[in-house]
Design a protein around this ligand. Structure first.
Ligand code: SF4
Ligand code: SF4
Length: 68
């Protein structure tokens, strides 16, 4: 299953908190081929949709996602 480390994830309270871009992190949500990740207030994974491909792990530039 996919685990998100919310300490490392830059997306908090609906926007990127790492820099002053004010936008959404471009990474895991866009990379997931199963549309299993959503980005609303926080990034969340629908484990039922996830096919355990690991693409989101590589796509995350903050090493916030792991396949466990
Ligand atoms: S492991 Fe693959 S299917 Fe699962 S959330 Fe990550 S990118 Fe999506
Ligand atoms: S790619 Fe990584 S840092 Fe960006 S929203 Fe996804 S988990 Fe967070």
């Amino acid at each position: 299953m996919i685990k998100i480390d919310y300490e490392k994830c830059c997306f908090k309270d609906g926007k990127c908190s790492t820099c002053s871009c004010g936008g959404a992190c471009d990474g895991c949500v866009e990379a997931c081929p199963a549309q299993a990740i959503t980005r609303d207030k926080l990034v969340e994974v629908d484990q039922a949709k996830c096919i355990n491909c690991g693409i989101c792990v590589s796509a995350c530039k903050h090493e916030a996602i792991s396949l466990v």
